[in-house]
Write a protein that binds this ligand. Sequence first.
Ligand code: UN1
Length: 498
Amino acid sequence: MAERYYNYINGEWIDSVTGRTFENRNPANWDEVIGVFPKSSKEDVEKAVEAAKKAQREWAKMPVPKRGEILGRAGDLLVQRKEELARLMTREMGKILKETRGDVQEGIDTAYYAFGEGRRLFGITTPSELPNMMAFTVMRPVGVAGIITPWNFPMAIPCWKIFPALLTGNAVVFKPASDTPATATKLVEILTEAGVPPGVVNLVHGTGREVGEAILSHPDIGVISFTGSSEVGSRIAEVAGKHLKRVSLELGGKNPQIVMEDADLELALEGVLWGAFGTTGQRCTATSRLILHEPIHDKFIEMLVERVKKLKIGNGLDETIEMGPVINESQLNKILEYVEIGKKEGAKLIYGGERLTDGDYAKGWFMQPTIFVDVKPEMRIAQEEIFGPVLSVIKVKDFDEAIEVANNTTYGLSSSIYTTDIRLAMRAVELLEAGITYINAPTIGAECHLPFGGVKRTGNGHREGGKWAYEIFTEIKTVYVDFSGKLQKAQIDTAVTK
Ligand code: UN1
């Protein structure tokens, strides 16, 4: 019997009011049901928001270092349960164990950062223009935060959002992706065990169409944090705009890795293998365009194909496997459609492009790592986010063209350049239109204490990670304290006379 999972509302594990359920299956072996989950509705969201609204008032009164301690404890529990959580995550969404351990680790790092932030959460103090007057700021919670997360980082991304929201005194209504509801449930269990009081974190399983939409339009949710596609992000911004809610969006990417002729080619090769095929290419930071300087193009492609041929694909629970399955059937079909689009556009498929169905692959959503060369920058496979193990290679004649091609996309999350010339590296830092630039490192691998986010259609100007994530979930209150004992008038008493 598959394990039965529930929503968590007001401190209780309960079913959806609808009584409907959905199954979650292992993408490496669809015979294996991970669990059965409530398929919730608007009414469940309403109950969750009501509970959150009530609980938030007391939660916000707790001293911030105390809330930090609870999150620190959540970090300790994540450490204790790291291996178990990583195994569940691999079964639930397919990426290899090494990566799911890294995903839990990102959650741990974020918890300990929140613990520390509990004794900072700095405001500013500044002199007043009036005598006997003090001015400073404090950070206040927004209220109830709606957290909508994707399946590709089922632990790290919810932690990035939920921990800062909680530390700053918000209550949370959390809707995880319906492909990874089990990992999300474990996180909520851990937060509860760590001491988060009933009603402060509420979990509602279900679809974006029902649960997500209900979160967007609920008048008592003041801030929404979402990671996912630019299409959905734009819809969220539209609805939230109507309700004047704050929204933080982390959206798509079409991240380039540039390799110049002077680069350490072996290093650049390791970088692109990890960047393009790690997490089966299903990262918003994945390397999906490889921009090669003409003099090394042919040699590098030869080296790349040689290595890609040897990539071991399979069930991520096997420690020797290097690339797991794609998340589900519709995502696999979408990737395969892009392979057809690439061929029709005239790009040359030099490796992969096929679904794998033999033997051990028979019951999973497996596909080959795929490489297109002779890709032109305007082709759809060079412009649109595929979210799969497909790499589009573009040849350029010099550095300026490399930058022009790299910037020729509507996205701007991550970017990378491999070169040993410090002048080119620093010019790339200045010229690449992206929220993140790596020098001699792949496009993936962001750390939790640094800002994470992108420009253009990748987001709406917010950054997660580090102290920047805390700004998303707080309102600044400016405080003036007049201890002069009389009425003082700013701008009037203090006018500068010439
Ligand atoms: C994502 O793909 O949505 O930098 C996040 C990285 C990870 C986070 C990726 N630390 O690739």
